[in-house]
Design a protein around this ligand. Structure first.
Ligand SMILES: Nc1ncnc2c1ncn2[C@@H]1O[C@H](COP(=O)(O)OP(=O)(O)OP(=O)(O)O)[C@@H](O)[C@H]1O
Ligand SMILES: [Mg+2]
Length: 468
């Protein structure tokens, strides 16, 4: 394969016989040859046009081969230099190699030696060009990914989102720092994880998402560390584990808060080691991954309740990113809704121009327990159901989706599921207060907002029910 590639070769020698002999040899093999009778002229050629290989004599009047080598390395670092030395000048050959020549051959001119040196250089040049092409493609891919999954993919104009984006940038600039992403369901934790990856130097490497709540305990080692063929009955072939698959990139441990306790211990051990040994293998493999974990549980509470290991919590909670719930992103609801609508209009090929006044009002009054995901689904549904033009309030169908508007807050549904057994209203109220406080991590302002009452009323009820 290497023989078929045509290179541009510059031959520098004050001896015309040698230039012509080498030139003939190269032209016969399909290469393009440029001749120069001294070092100065040779360097001029390199400065004015692209050359793949430079073959230069060492001893020449004026600029010698070492100087040519030095100049070529600085002007055209992608070109490789082969030096021609006398048989008795082993010193010169070594010095040239030390100073960056790719190869050398001896004078008087021996065709096998010349052939071998050029073959090696051509092969190397072909590989280097191939590598540059691959690198080029990778760079373009990374740029595309960044456009799709980087910070740009996170829509939102609110201060809360701006703050979160700044944090993503800060931590993306680090190489290994573990990231813990926390936030309610549907707030965009996975998007944040992808953005951390795409904005980092690891963007060209793999992003490997793992749902930690869905791995059977018996398969933990096999899934995370991989296994060798025959390590156990079902191991029909070698298989790489999540850590090895993520090597050079980012491992995304999703739903980490739902990982069973016994697996948490095993995971912690791997995280501490930074090297893995696949099941059935005797070899340790060093892995270079950034770990990003996400959960919609409040881990500090889970630690207190004993369902999450404290040591793993500290191991993961190095740099925490809090993804704000939609209710804390003033102004973003409409912004997001319009963004999603544009996308669905394109997908559905429907001329949808926006939301009617009533629909916008409704969106802004709506409570979104399912956060951005819930809003996105509502817009998709409306886009499918409505006619052309504007989305009307009715198209949003919020009485059908979970949550309800602020006025009814899903009360209808709750009343429908009224228990057959006797109802204890105060106990119910107390439970609701506790749940609101739990969801907001004890933040009374937020809990009151969630319950639709003032903070003063919340305080007095908390006292009444012994919650303070
Ligand atoms: N800021 C945002 N801009 C655009 N789309 C968003 C944004 N936040 C979330 N989304 C979209 O909302 C949906 C839910 O996001 P994602 O899956 O990242 O949520 P999550 O926090 O991981 O939820 P869960 O805890 O339920 O797994 C996705 O379709 C995502 O693309
Ligand atoms: Mg998620």
């Amino acid at each position: 394969m290497a023989r078929q590639v045509s290179m541009t070769v510059l031959v520098i020698d004050d001896d015309a016989h040698i230039r012509i002999a080498i030139g003939k040899f190269l032209i016969a093999r399909g290469h393009t040859v440029i001749e120069a009778a001294n070092g100065e002229k040779g360097v001029e050629v390199v400065e004015s046009q692209a050359v793949d290989i430079v073959i230069t004599d060492v001893k020449m009047p004026g600029m010698d081969g070492f100087e040519v080598l030095r100049r070529v390395r600085s002007v055209a670092p992608e070109a490789e230099v082969i030096v021609i030395t006398g048989v008795k000048e082993a010193e010169n050959a070594f010095r040239a190699l030390r100073e960056g020549a790719f190869d050398f051959f001896n004078k008087p001119f021996k065709v096998e030696e010349l052939h071998a040196a050029i073959q090696r250089t051509v092969r190397y040049q072909v590989l280097r060009k191939e590598k540059d092409r691959v690198q080029d493609r990778l760079d373009r891919f990374v740029a595309q990914e960044r456009e799709r999954s980087g910070l740009n993919a996170l829509i939102g104009e609110s201060e809360a989102v701006a703050k979160m984006k700044a944090q993503i940038q800060q931590v993306a600039a680090t190489d290994h720092t573990t990231v813990l992403i926390v936030g309610e369901t549907g707030t965009g934790k996975e998007l944040v994880a992808r953005a951390v990856h795409c904005e980092s130097d690891r963007a060209g490497g793999p992003f490997v998402p793992v749902n930690c709540s869905a791995i059977p305990g018996s398969l933990f080692e096999s899934a995370f560390l991989g296994h060798k063929k025959g390590a156990f009955t079902d191991a029909r072939a070698d298989q790489k584990g999540h850590f090895e698959l993520a090597n050079g990139g980012t491992l995304f441990l999703d739903e980490i808060g739902d990982m069973p306790l016994d697996m948490q211990v095993r995971l912690l051990r791997v995280l501490e080691d930074r090297s893995i040994r696949p099941v059935g293998s005797s070899r340790e493999i060093a892995v270079d991954v950034r770990v990003v974990a996400a959960t919609n549980r409040v881990l500090s509470v889970a630690v207190r309740e004993g369902s999450f290991r404290e040591d793993l919590y500290y191991r993961l909670n190095v740099f925490a990113i809090q993804v704000p719930p939609l209710r804390e992103r003033a102004g973003d609801v409409l912004f997001l809704a319009r963004h999603f609508l544009t996308g669905y209009a394109r997908d559905l090929r429907k001329p949808l121009v926006g939301f009617s006044r009533e629909a916008e009002d409704l969106l802004q009054r709506q409570v979104f327990p399912g956060n951005v995901r819930m809003l996105k689904n509502a817009v998709e549904r409306a886009a499918i159901l409505c006619g052309d033009g504007e989305i009307e309030a009715d198209d949003l169908g919020f009485d059908l989706v979970e949550g309800g508007s602020i006025e009814d807050s899903g009360v209808d549904r709750m009343v429908q599921s009224f228990p057959e057994v006797q109802m204890n209203l105060p106990a119910f109220e107390r439970a609701m207060l506790r749940e609101a406080l739990r969801r907001t991590e004890g933040n009374q302002v937020q809990a009151a907002a969630l319950l639709g009452i003032s903070r003063m009323v919340l305080r007095s009820r908390m006292k009444r029910y012994g919650l303070v």
